[in-house]
Design a protein around this ligand. Structure first.
Ligand code: AMP
Length: 434
């Protein structure tokens, strides 16, 4: 299928061609025609699948026609869980709308100074991209009028619920016209998302995309067991010195750990920076710009801060700390292997964490091959059977294993420091859906 056959306006098709896209991705091919037909959508798709264009292209198409009511309020509202994702979506609106000079997109996120936001809002907006908390703030101050809204997009709805935005979402949606069209995107369509959809969507079309990219088949996954922190740090140093590594995101469990690890790597001579939620917005934006331009080789980040990062140079994702929720593993590794490239995702686990590894494997229905680096082998015996005994660095490509694929038999719920359940109820994997 070609983009031209989707019936998008010529300026949009020209922008798509300028972006270098030839064919729609699977999620785009299924979602765009339904969205253009005015249907509400409930889409399960991973980041990296091209989901942003799947909603932004129909949004821009809507803006090719005049609104019956003159006003300054937005016609399209995209809600995202994080500031980074908001920035990313805003950038996508500008890229795909580059030939539509009259379309105005603004981003309203926490951490941005109010006077700047107030000025932006005063001048009128077509596409408003926002995080729920700050938007609600601005709505309560009377600066945002949603009465002209035609299209509402809930991007990464699962994450917004995880982050406790449910009440904010309901409060925002209650101020939008009932006539609006609503598109919901989520990594999984688990019961809490379906419940949310029941209250906010009208007879939605369900779309679940099982693309190669959604299954992360372009990402080689590896696991290294470490005896202790010293061993883990030696493994990390070795991995970061790998000549094949272009850029890496290293994930830590806490903001403090991200800062500490970044300064320790900096002392070892790596070009590195931290990214987490305690940093001022300006610093976060500068760090991401530097990563995007290749000025940084290593980014040490927390889950929330790294959400939505789309940098094609990221060749490696390294889980210095295992994720707190198995679902976060999928989001983390999706930072590499962007736009059809290959990527490598390496997890460093303490030998006592083999149970968490199993939970991740059950969640993804994929075994993570165990690797060992010569001279840096773990001394302790790993009590669980390695997924692929004897595999060496660069060993087997990721694949499905019967060992890991027993969701029905899984009944354990581990807990981490945050108290978040480290598990997924038995059932479908994130990319399966209905
Ligand atoms: P997303 O899932 O929206 O975060 O997009 C992932 C990446 O795929 C981004 O870098 C997009 O620029 C890129 N992309 C989106 N649609 C296409 C397409 N049809 N062809 C090639 N690349 C695409």
């Amino acid at each position: 299928m070609k983009f031209e056959s989707l019936g998008l306006a010529a300026p949009i098709n020209a922008a798509i061609a300028a972006a270098g896209y030839t064919d729609p991705t699977a999620v785009q091919a299924r979602a765009i025609p339904e969205a253009l037909a005015g249907r509400d959508l409930m889409v399960s798709s991973q980041t990296g699948s091209g989901k942003t264009a799947a909603f932004m292209l129909p949004a821009l198409q809507l803006l090719t026609e005049a609104h019956p009511v003159v006003g300054r309020g937005p016609r399209v509202l995209v809600l995202t869980p994080t500031r980074e994702l908001s920035m990313q979506v805003t950038k996508a609106a500008e890229t795909y709308g580059r030939n539509m000079k009259k379309v105005k997109t603004i981003s309203i996120v926490g951490g941005m100074p109010y006077p700047v936001q107030n000025r932006l809002l005063k001048s009128g907006v077509d596409i408003l991209v926002a995080t729920p908390g700050r938007l609600l703030d601005q709505m309560q101050s009377g600066r945002v009028d949603l009465s002209r809204l035609q299209l509402l997009v809930l991007d990464e709805a699962d994450r917004m619920l995880d982050m406790g935005f449910k009440d904010d979402l309901e409060a925002i949606v209650s101020k939008t016209p009932a006539t609006r069209q609503t598109l919901l995107f989520s990594a999984t369509l688990e019961p809490n998302i379906v419940r949310l959809a029941t209250t906010m969507l009208k007879d939605p079309v369900r779309i679940a995309v099982d693309s190669q990219q959604a299954r992360h088949e372009n990402i080689e996954q590896r696991l290294h067991f470490a005896d202790d922190m010293g061993h883990k740090n030696r493994l990390l140093g070795h991995l970061l010195r790998d000549a094949e590594m272009n850029q890496a995101i290293v994930f830590t469990a806490t903001k403090r750990a991200a800062d500490d690890l970044a300064s320790s790597l900096n002392e070892q001579g790596f070009s590195v920076a931290a990214l987490h939620g305690d940093m001022k917005q300006g610093a976060r934006t500068r760090t991401l710009q530097s990563l995007r331009k290749g000025g940084l080789r290593v980014l040490v980040a927390t889950d929330v801060a790294a959400r939505g990062i789309d940098v094609q140079g990221i060749s490696h994702v390294i889980n210095y700390d295992l994720p707190r929720a198995a679902e976060d593993y999928v989001h983390r590794i999706g930072r590499t292997g962007r736009a059809g490239k290959n990527g490598i995702a390496i997890s460093l686990a303490n030998v006592r964490e083999h149970f968490q590894v199993k939970l991740i494997e059950r969640f993804t229905s994929q075994a993570i091959p165990v690797s060992v680096i010569e001279g840096l082998e773990p001394k302790a015996r790993v009590f669980s059977k390695p997924s692929h005994p004897g595999s060496r660095p660069g060993g087997r490509p990721p694949g499905r294993s019967n060992d890991a694929k027993r969701p029905g038999s899984f009944s354990g719920f581990g807990k981490s420091g945050s108290g978040k359940a480290f598990a997924k109820p038995a059932g479908k994997t994130p990319w399966q859906g209905k």
